[in-house]
Write a protein that binds this ligand. Sequence first.
Ligand code: PMV
Length: 359
Amino acid sequence: MKEEQFIPKPYINSIDDGSFTWSSPSNIALVKYWGKKQHQIPENPSVSFTLSDCKTITKLSFSKKESASDFSFEVFLDDEKKDDFKPKIVTFFKRIENYLPFLKDYHFKIQTSNSFPHSSGIASSASGMSALALCLMSIERALNPKMTNEYFIQKASFLARLGSGSACRSLEGDLVVWGKHKDIDGSSDLFGVKYPFRVHENFKNYQDTILLVDKGEKQVSSTVGHNLMHNHPFAEERFKQAHKNLSNLISVFKEGNIDAFVEIVESEALTLHAMMMTSLPYFVLMKPNTLEIINKIWTFRKQTGSKVCFTLDAGANVHMLYPEKETETVLKFVNNELVAYCQNGHYICDKIGFGAKQL
Ligand code: PMV
């Protein structure tokens, strides 16, 4: 697939107004995307678990304008007008205009809400951009009803990527690969694809409990963070390592080897943070409580034989990943020993999910 294949032929239908609503989940990367080239092309492939309950619901209403002048839209979060969201959406519209030539023909009302609290430190860009991309693709499908489901989902992921890279992994479940990888046929830098190989029962219904260590705004925006990988002294080795970790995960998933999974996932999380600590300018995004939690998890694992592990995004919050059968013991551990390190004692229980849904 090349970018040009997503430029549509003239539409067969015309449509004056309507609305579409999609619910789209967040995702948590196991092999991390960190570093990009122009046009949101990742420097290395990544793979993520799609989540289930952390999601964005977006309703996109549209009505034809008299004349196609500039982009025209308003945006609401939980029914409250959010003009500060507009610049990000204008950037998104500019990037995808070529692929959705109807964008200037309509006035849009974007009404969005997140299932997780706005100020939880959980990034809503993946679920938000994928929900919006899916709504826009529903309009395109109304203009071109002959579109196949495969094209619909691929192009929606392609568009979501142009909104926020990791958003292209938030459309389908339960494991999604983004970025060309030699061992994964069909993998692409342009969009996410469902992980195509066998996944052992051990990883079915895997749980993700998110410990909210810091609910504040991100200290470093993703854009700034990805740019730190340009001229980074360890960049090339890091990109190679991501390819290798993804290769290794293929047999780990097939064989159900959770110990090897834990090692790859924790190493990826720490490498992501190591990249930020060794770039110029440098950042430490973990908080003292992040480290307290990591140490407690290691001790718990040693003492109990549990397979729980942690991963991190570009922030201080900790995702605890563990097999479904450990749910009770891990939640007891969280309540007894870890809530003290969470801001206001808050954490969110989620698990692997099956992707976006049209409502
Ligand atoms: O999608 P972005 O540009 O916000 O980048 C997200 C990067 C990480 O969350 C840190 C890793 C990943 O692969 O999701």
